[in-house]
Design a protein around this ligand. Structure first.
Ligand SMILES: [Zn+2]
Length: 260
């Protein structure tokens, strides 16, 4: 499946009608909280430079793909991102090996202190997923002649995924330099050193639509479902809002982290 809006026919106020849109950045937007804040940062920076952001969403057969796609579209609408591309990756689901892509592997429920989050690579890790996503983003950036790829990877407070480490992105940048026509595209990771609570605060300052995002690994197959509240992702999100002293507007079945 591929849906694209790359025509560039609708210039703001008509001033760029029929001209190629001036896209400098591609942002990977899953529809989750981190990628939403990352997109809001990319849009703010693009606005300052008079350029546009293009948003890329990749479905990969994950449990919550329909709900995440819905979040992607709503965030794009809110941030007024016109250039959108939705693609499907069939490899990750076919390969499996993750609780997100294999229905036979349960998404763990976090109870109690949940201090273990981030200490080992969890079963929700999708093997080498970000490399697939980045590869698509680089291909699209080459075609759009964009020079930056934004990704909302977070190292601190994260689930402990190896493809969220700064050294990984440094190495990937080298791959892009050596493997693309112009060699001038680089990955931007504005959130990588932030704590989750800082991401919430920063997102709220920027007016990022956190209420439109979807983080739950487990629930969300039907529109309007509540997030589970007990998977890694829900727990990290609820903690982040709590630490930021902010209210999380999305519905939860259970709140494993008590809200103030
Ligand atoms: Zn959840």
């Amino acid at each position: 499946m591929a849906e694209a809006n790359q025509s560039g026919q609708l210039g703001q106020g008509g001033e760029r009608r029929n001209l190629r849109p001036n896209v400098r950045s591609v942002v990977l937007l899953s529809g989750g909280m981190d990628s939403c804040v990352c997109a809001a940062i990319a849009v703010a920076e693009a606005r300052d430079s008079g350029t546009e952001v293009a948003a890329l969403h990749i479905s990969y057969g994950q449990r919550t793909e329909a709900r995440e796609r819905q979040a992607f579209l709503a965030i794009c609408d809110h941030l007024e991102i016109r250039q959108r591309l939705i693609v499907r990756n069939e490899a990750l689901r076919a390969i499996g090996g993750s609780a997100l892509t294999d229905v036979n592997i349960a998404v763990p429920e976090i109870t109690g202190e949940s201090a273990h989050i981030g200490q080992t690579v969890p079963v929700t890790y999708v093997p080498f997923r970000n490399a697939h996503f980045l590869a698509v983003a680089v291909s699209w950036a080459e075609v759009l002649e964009a020079s930056q790829i934004y990704i909302g990877a977070v190292e601190q407070d994260s689930s402990g995924y190896p493809d969220c480490r700064p050294a990984y992105y440094e190495a990937y940048n080298q791959v892009i330099r050596l493997g693309t026509k112009e060699g001038n595209i680089s990955i931007v990771t504005p959130l990588i050193a932030l704590r989750k609570s800082q991401i919430v605060s920063h997102g709220l300052e920027l007016g990022a639509p956190l209420d439109l995002t979807w983080s739950c690994y487990s629930h969300g197959d039907g529109a309007g479902d509540a997030a589970c509240g007990v998977c890694d992702s829900c727990v990290l999100r609820l903690r982040a809002f709590q630490d930021a002293g902010a209210a999380d507007a999305i519905p939860y079945t259970v709140r494993a982290v008590s809200a103030d």
